[in-house]
Structure formats: C-alpha cells, structure tokens
Design a protein around this ligand. Structure first.
Ligand code: ADP
Ligand code: ADP
Length: 227
C-alpha cells in the first residue's frame, strides 16, 4: 500500500470574489522509503499540495489517502489527530515554540498524544540525537542557529515515528554549512532508518540527493524523474 496517494486533486481558493485554481488535477503516489522532491516555480502549487497531503486542508475535488485512509472522510478533529499520529510536518507555520527547549519542542507532539513523560523524553532524545543535536537538548530556540532550529523541527516531526515527513522548503534560509548538515541528516534517516520524505525545494544541494523529482507547473504535474 502506498503511504500517500492523491487522485484527481483540484484545489480552488476563493476569496474577495476571485477564484484561484492552485491545483488542476494532480495524481501522485508516494511509496515507503522514498526521498522525493517537489519542484516548480513559485505559485505552481507545491505548498498547496503539501498542505492537502498533510490533511491541513481538503481538496475541492479528488481525494488524498494517507496510509490507506481517505482524508475527506475524517472530521476536522480526526484529521488533526491523524496528522499528529501519522504525518511529520516541517512547515514554516509550525515554528518551534520559543518558550520550550529543544527537548520539550521535540516531545511536544508526543505530549499532545498523551504518552507518558519518560517515553516522550526517550523518543525526543533519540530523534534529536539522530539529527546530531544530543548536546543541544536543553537549549531554547534563540540559543540555536537557524540550521539547528530546523533540525529540531525535523526531530520533532520524527519523534512521533510518522509514516512520512512532509517538508516545505526545509533548507530555505539556511547558510551553506547549516543547509548541508540538515541534508546529510535527512539523507541518513532515509537510508539507514527508511524514513520516507517528500519535500518542496529549490535547493540544488538537496536535489543532488533525491531519488525522485516531481515537477509542478501551474497546478499540474508536468514531469517526473527517477534516479
Ligand atoms: P508554491 O508553493 O508552488 O509557491 P502555492 O501552493 O503557494 O505555490 O500557490 C499556488 C497558487 O495558489 C498561487 O497562485 C497562490 O497565489 C495561490 N494561493 C495559495 N494559497 C492561497 C490562499 N490561501 N488563498 C488564495 N490563493 C492562494
Ligand atoms: P486547525 O487546522 O485544526 O485549526 P492548526 O492548523 O493550528 O489547527 O494545527 C493543526 C494541527 O497540527 C494541530 O492539532 C497541531 O497540534 C498539529 N501540529 C502542530 N505542529 C505539528 C507538527 N510538527 N507535526 C504534527 N502536527 C502538528
């Protein structure tokens, strides 16, 4: 069973009497273990697609299945719960909470899930260690570099042991050293632990490592490359 399947997905945003067709019929299947990139010009629909795959929003037409579950059949609350349990998100809108340490940030999603403290901490420490942050667990976001903060965000996504990690431009705004460190860690997680990743990116250093590139233009998939 694919981890994610989108069929005939259209998304129309309506507001101020203007309708924008952000996605015009997208079909996409992501299998376990993929390390795949969504590329395309600004406005081509990458963020919209990632939001729909995460169940943050529903398509105007078509359906998205995650782990075999059709997201449109879930209530809003069920979708939020499903996301917490099955999907790891690394989106700009989910920045780290400034009043929590790296460890607390990484454990936060598990707290929402009601796991006991010892289990939350064990998993959060493990996820942070996998991203090379074992000696930064007690730091607050302001005491971390941008790259370290982004690695904490990936660790938080991983701590819940999701089916897939969805990331919107994970290396954007990182200097080259921080960007490379994040890329190395994501790649290692994919190769050594089999974590499935789908991310939007423009970053040529990240694209070097992907096994699949899905190209979006004007709300449609216009090309696909596998290596
Ligand atoms: P990308 O991530 O590739 O830059 P987006 O998915 O953000 O593309 O945007 C696709 C199209 O949908 C663009 O035309 C954008 O202006 C429009 N759009 C995105 N989000 C909204 C929204 N919340 N309301 C109205 N239009 C939107
Ligand atoms: P809603 O769309 O239900 O109004 P939000 O868009 O604010 O809510 O958040 C959606 C859900 O995603 C919330 O339940 C929130 O707790 C959860 N969430 C926040 N950050 C993450 C994350 N990194 N990974 C998974 N789920 C998250």
């Amino acid at each position: 069973m694919p981890i994610i399947e989108a069929k005939g997905v259209r998304k129309v945003y309506r507001g101020d009497g203007v309708a924008t067709e952000a996605l015009r019929g997208v079909d996409l299947v992501v299998e376990a273990g993929e390390f795949a990139a969504l590329v395309g010009p600004s406005g081509s629909g990458k963020s919209t697609l990632l939001h729909l795959l995460a169940g943050l929003d529903l398509p105007t037409e078509g359906e998205v299945w995650v782990g075999g579950v059709p997201l449109s059949r879930l209530s809003r609350g069920e979708r939020a719960r499903f996301r917490l349990e099955r999907v790891g998100l690394v989106f700009q809108a989910y920045n780290l909470l400034p009043v929590l340490t790296a460890l607390e940030n990484a454990a936060f999603v598990l707290e929402l899930r009601g796991l006991p403290r010892s289990e939350r901490e064990r998993r959060a420490r493990e996820a942070l260690a996998a991203l090379g942050l074992e000696d930064k667990v007690g730091r607050f976001p302001r005491q971390l570099s941008g790259g370290e903060q982004q690695r904490v965000a990936v660790a938080r996504a991983l701590a819940a042991e999701p089916l897939i990690v969805l990331a919107d431009e994970p290396t954007a705004n990182l200097d080259s050293q921080n960007g490379l460190a994040l890329i190395e860690r994501m790649k290692a997680l994919n190769e050594e632990k089999g974590v499935t990743f789908l991310f939007s990116t423009h970053d040529p250093r990240l694209l070097e490592h992907v096994k699949r590139i899905v190209r979006l233009e004007d709300g449609r998939i216009v090309g696909e490359e596998r290596r």
